[in-house]
Design a protein around this ligand. Structure first.
Ligand code: 26W
Length: 844
C-alpha cells in the first residue's frame, strides 16, 4: 500500500541547523534547561559542555539525515570499516572546525558569558583503543567523510575504555576510565536496530523442503547488540558519516523464574554475563592473550555489524547476490577476521546460498589490513576454545581450509611443507587457528601500512601467500588527518600557514610544498619560532599547574610519546639521557645544549618490563631534575596519561621527535607523522614510515641512526652478544653501571636488575648494538639545534614536505586500489526545517 501523506506533522524545535548567533545562544539555554534540567543557579562546566555539544550535534544530525537519504537513494557503495578499536579523541573542537562553526560558537559562547576553550577542555575523550591502530581508524573516518565517501565505522562501545594512567612514586597506576559517567552527548542510541548474537551450543544438519542438506547452529546463549551512532562530519562538506558502536545486553533483563523463587543473584547473572562482553577494552597492545571474553567481543561486534549491513542491503534488494557491489568491508588487523566465516554462515545457513556463490561474494567483499609483524601479536585461537564458542564457524573454517589447501596442492604437487605453512590451522603444537591466514584467504586485497612493512610481509611472514597470489598484497602507507593534527592541535601554526599560503593545504596536504621558499625568509622563520615558543608556554603552564614541574621553554624539547614497549626502545632514549648526565657530572662546565626530555605512554598492566621502564624514567628524572650540576640543562618529564588530548599539547612543542624502534619492528608509526607535521625534526631508525618520511623531507633534514633491517638480520644470524658492546663502550658501560649502582633508586641495587640483565644477556631489540650510533647522532642534533636559523629551516622543510602523510592520500589510495569507490558529493536537500514542520507519511 502506498503511504498516505499528511498525517503527522512535527513542529520544528527551537534548535535547528542555523548558526545565527542569537539562535545559538537560545539553543544553549534550551539544552541546558530541557536536556540538563539546569538553570544558572546549579549549572556546572559539564552542563555547559553538554549543552554546547548537543547544540552542535543537532546541526550535525541535520547533515547526517541529509547524507543518509542521499546515499540510500543513489545506492552508492558503502565502505564499512570493521575495527575492534577507535580512538577518535574529543569531538567538540574537531566537529566545530569541520562544520565551519567554530567562530560563531565562540562568539555565541562569549556573549553568553562562557569560555569556549574551557568548555572544549571539559570533554573526556573516548579512549576506545590502545594506540596506533585505533587512532588510524579515527583518522580514516575523518578522511572518508572529508572526501565524501559514504562510510560506516563499526566497533565496540566499551563501557570502560583505555585505563587512565597516574604516576605514583614513579610507578604506573591504572584507574578505570569512566568516560560515560557524565553522559555522552554525541551518541544516539538506535534501539530499533538491535541484533541478536549467539554463542556456544551445537550444530545440526537437516534436509530442507527441496531435498537439500543444510546446516544450522543452535546456540546455547543469545545476547543482543544495541547500536550507538556518533556522527562523523567531513571538513567543510555536507557529508556526515557514522561511527556505529555496539553495546551488549541480555535479551531479557531478569529471569523472573529465578527471581520469584528467591535467587536474586541468579536472576541477574545472565544480564551481567551479557553486559560483560562490552564492559572493558583489553589494554594490551601487540600481545595476544587467548582470552575467551576477547573472542566474544570480536565475534559480537562482527556479527552485529554484518547483520546490520545485510539488513540495509535487503531494504533495497531482494537477494544478496550483489552484496559486494554495495558494500566494501575492511578488516582492521585480524581482530575482526571472524567476519569471514560469520558472513559465510549468514549466506549459507540463513540465506540459503550455495558454497560457491557464498564464497564468491565473500571474497569480493572483504579486504584485510595487517598492522604488525611481531609474532606475539598474532591472533591464534586454540581450536578447542574457538569450537566451544563458535562451533558452526569452526566447521566453516575447516571447509574453507580444505578447499584452499586443495588449491595449494594443485599448484605445488607433492609439497606438503608449503601446505602446512599456508594452512589456516596450525598443527605444530596444540591445534590453533591462524586468524591472519583466514583473513588472507577470505580477502580480495591484503595491505601493509608502510613500504618496508609491506616488503617484510611479502618476504617473510606472508611470503608463501605472496608466491601463491602475487597481486594480492599491496602497500598503503598510513597517514594522519591534518584537521585534528594541525587545526585542532596546533592552531597557531595552522594560522601562520594560512596567512602564508592560504587554506588549500587543509584538504590537499601536498600544498604545504609552497612553504619551501619561505624557509629562506628570515621574518617567516622568526614567526615560525614564535609559534613553537608560544606552544611551549602552553605545555609549561600545564606542567606547572598539573604536576608542579618547571620546564625551560628555551631548551631543545626532545619528545618520545607512544605505548611503552621494549621494541620501541624508550630505554635506549634513557641510556642517552644518563650518558648526558654522566658527561655533565664529569664536567660541570660542559657547554651542553639544554634539553627537556619528555616521555609519555602507557604500559600494558601485565607487562612487567614496560612498567619497570616507566619507573626507571621517573627515577632518572628525580635525580637529574634535582641535581644542581644538571637541572638547568637537562630535565626529564614523564607526561602522565598519554592520549589524544595530551597529544594535542605535546606534538606542537617538540623540536626533536624520537622514532627509535628496532628496524623491522614498527609497522609504520603515525606519531612520527604528527610530530613532523608540527615542525619537529626526527631522530630515527630506518623503520616503518620513518624511511618514507626521510625520503620526503630529505636526508639533511632527518637524523638517521642505527642498524638497517638487513643489518639486524645479519647480526642476529651471526649471533648477537650484547655484553661485547657493554665491555667495549665506556660511556655505555658507565650508564648501565650507574643504574646498577642504585644511584637512581636510593641505593637499591636490585630494583632495575631485571632490566639490566635482560639488556646484557638477551637484548632482543638490540638496544646496546644501536647505542653508540644513537648517542653520536643525538650529538649532531644538539649541535644543529644551536644554529637556530638552520634548525628553523629544517623544521619548515619538514612541514613543507609532509604532504604524502595525510590520511586523505591514504584513503584516496584505499578508494582506488581496494574499495573501488568514488566520492559522492551530497547536496543539501534539507536546507532548513520548514516553518510549518515536516510532513511525514502515515504509518500503517
Ligand atoms: C592481540 C593484541 C594486539 C592488540 C593490538 C595485537 C596488535 C594490536 C595492534 C595491531 C597494534 C597496533 O596498534 N599496531 C600499530 O598500528 C599502527 C597503525 O597501522 C602502526 O602505525 C604501528 O606501527 C603499529 O604498531
Amino acid at each position: 500500500m502506498e503511504p498516505t501523506l499528511s498525517a503527522t506533522s512535527v513542529q520544528a524545535a527551537p534548535t535547528n541547523h542555523s548558526c545565527d548567533i542569537n539562535k545559538l545562544k537560545r539553543a544553549f539555554a534550551y539544552k541546558l534547561f530541557y536536556q540538563q534540567g539546569k538553570t544558572v543557579l546549579s549549572v556546572s562546566l559539564n552542563d555547559y559542555y553538554q549543552a554546547v555539544a548537543l547544540t552542535v550535534r543537532d546541526r550535525m544530525q541535520h547533515l547526517f539525515i541529509n547524507s543518509t537519504e542521499a546515499q540510500l537513494e543513489k545506492e552508492s557503495r558503502l565502505v564499512c570499516y570493521l575495527s575492534a578499536e577507535f580512538l577518535p579523541g574529543p569531538h567538540l573542537c574537531n566537529s566545530l572546525i569541520n562544520l565551519g562553526f567554530f567562530n560563531e560558537f565562540a562568539i555565541a559562547a562569549r556573549e553568553t558569558g562562557l569560555d569556549l576553550k574551557a568548555i572544549i577542555d571539559q570533554e573526556k575523550e573516548p579512549g576506545l583503543g590502545n594506540g596506533g591502530l585505533g587512532r588510524l581508524a579515527a583518522c580514516y573516518l575523518d578522511s572518508l567523510a572529508t572526501q565524501q565517501i559514504p562510510a560506516i565505522g563499526y566497533g565496540i562501545r566499551y563501557e570502560f575504555g583505555m585505563f587512565d594512567q597516574e604516576i605514583v612514586n614513579g610507578w604506573q597506576k591504572e584507574f578505570s576510565d569512566r568516560w560515560l559517567q557524565l553522559g555522552n552527548p554525541w551518541e544516539v542510541k538506535k534501539a530499533d536496530l538491535v541484533q541478536e548474537v549467539g554463542f556456544g551450543g551445537c550444530t545440526e544438519s537437516y534436509v530442507n523442503g527441496q531435498g537439500n542438506r543444510h546446516h544450522r547452529w543452535v546456540p546455547a546463549r543469545v545476547v543482543i547488540g544495541i547500536p550507538y551512532d556518533t556522527p562523523i562530519p567531513g571538513y567543510k562538506v555536507n557529508t556526515v558519516n557514522t561511527l556505529r558502536l555496539w553495546s551488549a545486553e541480555a535479551p531479557k533483563s531478569f529471569d523472573f523464574q529465578d527471581f520469584n523463587v528467591g535467587d536474586y543473584f541468579g536472576a541477574v547473572a545472565e544480564k551481567i554475563s551479557a553486559e560483560n562482553i562490552t564492559k572493558v577494552l583489553y589494554p594490551n597492545d601487540e600481545q595476544f592473550q587467548g582470552k575467551k571474553l576477547r573472542l566474544e567481543q570480536q565475534y559480537f561486534f562482527v556479527c552485529c555489524s554484518l547483520k546490520d549491513m545485510i539488513r540495509m542491503h535487503l531494504f533495497c534488494h531482494d537477494s544478496l547476490d550483489n552484496f559486494h557491489d554495495n558494500f566494501a568491508v575492511q578488516i582492521n588487523d585480524t581482530h575482526p577476521a571472524v567476519a569471514i566465516p560469520e558472513f559465510m554462515r549468514l549466506l549459507l545457513d540463513e540465506h540459503c546460498l550455495n558454497w560457491e556463490e557464498a564464497w564468491d561474494i565473500t571474497t569480493r567483499t572483504f579486504s584485510y589490513t595487517n598492522h604488525t609483524l611481531l609474532p606475539e601479536s598474532q591472533d591464534k585461537w586454540p581450536l578447542s576454545l574457538f569450537g566451544s564458542l563458535l562451533p558452526r564457524h569452526l566447521e566453516i573454517i575447516f571447509e574453507i581450509n580444505h578447499r584452499f589447501l586443495d588449491q595449494v596442492r594443485l599448484r605445488y604437487p607433492g609439497d606438503e611443507t608449503i601446505v602446512r605453512n599456508l594452512s589456516i590451522i596450525d598443527e605444530s603444537g596444540p591445534r590453533s587457528l591462524r586468524m591472519a591466514h583466514l583473513a588472507c584467504v577470505g580477502s580480495q586485497t591484503i595491505n601493509g601500512v608502510a613500504a618496508v612493512h609491506t616488503h617484510l610481509l611479502k618476504t617473510s611472514s606472508l611470503a608463501d601467500f605472496h608466491r601463491l597470489w602475487p597481486q594480492k598484497i599491496i602497500n598503503i602507507t598510513n597517514g594522519v588527518t591534518p584537521r585534528r593534527w594541525m587545526l585542532v592541535s596546533n592552531p597557531r601554526l595552522s594560522q601562520l600557514i594560512n596567512e602564508a599560503i592560504g587554506e588549500a593545504w587543509i584538504t590537499d596536504l601536498t600544498q604545504l610544498r609552497r612553504l619551501e621558499p619561505l624557509a629562506d625568509d628570515a621574518a617567516f622563520r622568526t614567526a615560525w619560532r614564535r609559534v613553537k615558543q608560544e606552544n611551549k608556554e602552553d605545555i609549561a603552564a600545564f606542567a606547572r599547574d598539573r604536576h608542579r614541574v618547571t620546564l625551560d621553554i628555551n631548551a631543545l624539547f626532545d619528545v618520545q610519546v607512544k605505548r611503552i614497549h621494549e621494541y620501541k626502545r624508550q630505554h635506549l632514549n634513557l641510556l642517552h639521557i644518563i650518558t648526558l648526565y654522566n658527561r655533565l657530572k664529569a664536567n660541570p662546565t660542559l657547554d651542553l645544549t639544554p634539553r627537556v626530555c619528555i616521555f609519555g605512554g602507557k604500559a600494558a598492566p601485565g607487562y612487567f618490563m614496560a612498567k619497570l621502564i616507566i619507573k626507571c624514567i621517573n627515577a632518572v628524572a628525580e635525580v637529574v631534575n634535582n641535581d644542581p650540576d644538571t637541572r638547568d640543562r637537562l630535565h626529564v618529564y614523564f607526561l602522565p596519561n598519554h592520549n589524544v588530548q595530551t597529544g594535542h599539547l605535546v606534538y606542537p612543542v617538540s623540536d626533536l621527535s624520537e622514532q627509535i624502534s628496532l628496524a623491522g619492528k614498527e609497522a609504520s608509526g603515525t606519531g612520527n607523522m604528527k610530530f613532523a607535521l608540527s615542525g619537529a625534526v626526527t631522530i630515527g631508525t630506518a623503520d616503518g614510515a620513518n624511511i618514507e618520511i626521510r625520503e620526503e623531507v630529505g636526508e639533511d633534514n632527518f637524523f638517521l641512526f642505527g642498524l638497517s633491517v638487513p643489518e639486524v638480520e645479519q647480526l642476529q644470524a651471526t649471533g648477537y652478544r650484547p655484553a661485547d658492546y657493554y665491555l667495549s663502550d665506556d660511556e655505555l658501560r658507565a650508564a648501565i653501571d650507574l643504574i646498577r649502582s642504585g644511584h637512581f633508586s636510593h641505593g637499591d641495587h636490585d630494583l632495575f636488575q631485571p632490566l639490566l640483565t635482560n639488556l646484557l644477556e638477551h637484548d632482543p631489540y638490540l638496544v646496546l648494538a644501536d647505542y653508540r650510533s644513537y648517542v653520536d647522532c643525538q650529538q649532531q642534533a644538539a649541535d644543529s639545534y644551536r644554529k637556530r636559523e638552520q634548525w628553523t629551516r629544517m623544521s619548515i622543510l619538514n612541514v613543507a614536505r609532509m604532504g604524502k602523510f595525510s590520511s586523505d592520500r591514504s584513503i584516496a589510495q584505499y578508494c582506488r586500489e581496494v574499495w573501488r569507490v568514488k566520492p559522492f558529493p551530497i547536496e543539501l536537500k534539507w536546507q532548513r526545517i520548514p516553518e510549518g514542520g515536516i510532513v511525514f507519511p502515515r504509518l500503517s
